[in-house]
Design a protein around this ligand. Sequence first.
Ligand SMILES: [Zn+2]
Length: 647
Amino acid sequence: MPKSRLLNSILSIWCAVVLGSSFALAQSAEPQPLPLPAPVILPKDTPYLGTLRLNVDATDVERHIFSVRETIPVRAGESMVLLYPQWAPGYHSPTGRVDELAGLMISANGVRVPWMRDPVDVFAFHVNVPAGASALDVNFQFTSPVDTPEGRIVMTPAMLNLQWLAVALYPAGYFARQIMVEASVRLPQGWEFATAWETAASNGAITAFKPVSFDTLADSPIFAGRFFKRLDLDPGGSIPVHLDIVADRAGLLEVKPEQLEAHRALVQQAYKLYGSHHYDHYDLLLALTDEIGGIGLEHHRSSENATVPTYFTEWDKNADTRDLLPHEYTHSWNGKFRRPADLWTPNFNVPMRNSLLWVYEGQTQYWGFVLAARAGLLTKQQALDAIAGTAALYDHRVGREWRALQDTTNDPIIAMRRPLPWRSWERSEDYYSEGQLMWLDADTLIREQSESRRSLDDFAKAFFGVNDGSFVPSTYTFEDVVKALNNVQPYDWATFLRTRLDGHGLGAPLDGITRGGYKLVYTDTPSNYFKDSEVRRKVTDLTCSIGMIIGAENKLSDVLWEGPAYKTGLTVGTQIITVNGIAFDADRLKSTIEDANKTGGAIELLVKNRNRFRTVKIDYHDGLRYPHLEREGSSPARLDQILTPRN
Ligand SMILES: [Zn+2]
């Protein structure tokens, strides 16, 4: 031990003693804390003593119950801890559903073995293995939500989404990659399924999978369903990529040739961008449903995606859903393969830290839209309209005044995606979309500085494209990001990033739009992209005019902090009853907003909040305002270049 460290440790013991004695001196009759129990053993990088066997029965689709039988090899007489996964990769938060684990019964050699939940870490179960036992037989149910307030629904009589981390306990003390597991699943008769996990054997409804590490188990979810279709997205390619679709009804599975072409182009455009792949095969799992809860969750060799049932059949109405697959696919490179060093954890119960989510999610959000445009999943106009919407939204939100973008990376842990009363002030996971604007800023800056010779494409290839074919995670730090940017284009990238991440300035970062050859403008007419998104979300979005969004039952689903509606005291949940004395109608409210602009008339709303009625007058006279990007002729159309397919 070096001298200074030795001195420090002596000092800290001494300080503890002194502090302890001063506490002792000051001790009063009031309560003193009991010592905490020993923490659960930390994982080590050594192999577990044997292979776990995991059998899941997923046939109880009426009651949404997964029944689990697990055999865990053990040493006789040892005290051990079994963990239920708390930190599932991709969620960035400790949201494992241990509350849905029920019926836990453990036995050895046919004799019941008691378990005791840790009083501090409630995801940990202490077990004393009896003498003579070589394995524990573990039985429990994962009682998945049957109604939306309980959480995301993952099972219906037509389809299911099996995430293995929800249905597995594993021994504490080992890296997940050092624990081998073999598993099988029983699915409803006649259902088809897709997963990146390779099948070992199939016996009617039961499918057994090849042994893998617990890490790979977590990375290999299953989508299964009564109505199923599998499409080859890279015909003739050496690395298989498939789109595996389950749907609520058979008719939703109809895919037009041009739709298939755009999804195939996504694969080719990603290869051109990254110059690599980090899988030996890949499955885009896609659920078309309004019964299973929405999801976009990344894995190395697959992704879980649930979207609108009419994704294909009403293609023209659903443009705002089409960055989902490019986003989750991009994560195979950005997030799964290249992973922030503080986010990578050795098992699923060690806390994750999210300081670099503005790369992991922010740049993925950026490439999600760019790749969607390059592949033809979005037209150039739709992509421009999407960027306009994001820019306008973040330009109107003032939460940056107190909370820097960097701090929002803690939000998955703080808020866990619960609804917020003041979304625009409290801020949420803003590192996604404000991060997207920041990367547009960086991309156009590289293009400007290099006189169009280089771009963020070069960063993507250099940073995410290394070690082609590998899917062993490669971790990085802030300094690595700065260094890689500097290798593409010398610049003070550390200051560039820190200014945008830590700053409290007013307004969204819009330099990327300006340098891209456009400006953000507002007109009284929404783009088709905006309008279709309103229809799909069943809302009337007046954020940029009177500062509110009206949702189901004419209730406000968002009120913009410091906006015109906010100034009258309106809140989320308030119902609009009348507009200027006449029953509420979204079009009537819009024409009233226009009249207030042209004639200076009032916008008077009778509103109801719980059982209280009142009238509010919104003092607003700037008319309807919807965001668009308008070409600014004097600067090069770099944004057009960014959105153009690569050859
Ligand atoms: Zn993501």
